[in-house]
Write a protein that binds this ligand. Structure first.
Ligand code: SNW
Length: 275
């Protein structure tokens, strides 16, 4: 009799521990979500697709570290959502959005303008920059404005808004496509092309470095830059947006803007406001 009782006890213990084990599975899943609420590739880290040659937005310094307005602003936003490890990885511009959509990166950060077409591929955070697109040229090129672009060779980086705009509006101009800004600027400096169409702040930087001039500045306010993330992650987007607004409201955005874009007009909508 005694041994039968022991057997029953053993069996009960077995049943209890098996059912406890199966109960623990959903708990484990819930804990996983709690450790990684934004569904990041590596919990606690943000892996970011960016550009190494878009100064002063995103570029690598002499020691190969990523810096610039977008890099510092995104890093500040990341810290506000509790993520201290942010790794930027250089890409060709045309590769950024597809690889963010595929889940190879947690975000794409490179002064990427928010447009309806791009919003079919990725989700965007709230906007954080609104400025101009610039036709940059050499003093001797014969290009002095949009009209004189006709019959000239114009560099664009593949996949940019400049490429789309040029295809639509500069129909008499020969477009020459490049993978990145450095290649486009080299072509302008060595005379292979007559002008380069790029973001205003990047153009300003190259103008100062190489004695180039602005032939035209074209507003791109309808496509403010945003952080790109994979579709279908509303918790991540909501956290980024909340942090972006907090950074604008406490003056951090303004401080970074003045540091990286000295003398440029500041879009009012991103400055601290009352109420
Ligand atoms: O549409 C502008 C925006 O108004 C602001 O000036 C920052 O740049 C833009 O987002 C345009 N940027 C280009 C694009 O989204 C090129 C980006 C790049 O070369 N890094 O295609």
């Amino acid at each position: 009799m005694k041994s039968q009782k022991t057997l029953i006890k053993l069996a009960t213990a077995l049943i209890v521990s098996v059912s406890l084990f199966s109960l623990s599975a959903p708990f484990a899943l819930a804990a996983g979500k709690q450790d990684n609420p934004y569904g990041l590739i590596e919990p606690g880290e943000l892996r970011v697709a960016s550009l190494g040659d878009a100064k002063p937005y995103t570029f690598t310094d002499a020691s190969g570290n990523f810096t610039g307005f977008d890099v510092e602003f995104f890093t500040d936003v990341a810290h506000r959502i509790g993520i201290n490890k942010v790794s930027f990885i250089g890409q060709d511009f045309a590769g950024i959005l597809p690889s963010v959509a595929n889940g190879r990166y947690d975000a794409g950060v490179a002064a990427i303008g928010i447009t309806p077409a791009r919003s079919k591929v990725v989700d965007f955070s709230d906007g954080y920059l609104a400025g101009y697109l610039t036709v940059l040229t050499r003093k001797d090129s014969g290009v002095t404005d949009v009209k004189t672009l006709a019959k000239h060779r114009l560099a664009v980086v593949q996949g940019t808004l400049q490429e789309n705009y040029a295809v639509e509006h500069f129909t008499q101009t020969d477009l020459v496509r490049f993978p990145d800004n450095n290649a486009a600027i080299s072509a302008l400096n060595n005379g292979t092309v007559d002008a380069d169409f790029l973001d205003y702040e990047a153009a300003k930087d190259y103008a100062a470095r190489y004695g180039l001039v602005h032939a035209a500045d074209i507003p791109s306010f309808d496509a403010p830059a945003g952080f790109a993330i994979a579709k279908g992650n509303p918790a991540f987007k909501a956290a980024l947006d909340k942090a972006i607004q907090a950074s604008m409201q406490d003056g951090t955005w303004k401080k970074l803007y003045q540091k990286w874009f000295p003398g440029s007009p500041m879009p009012k909508q991103y400055l601290p406001h009352e109420g």
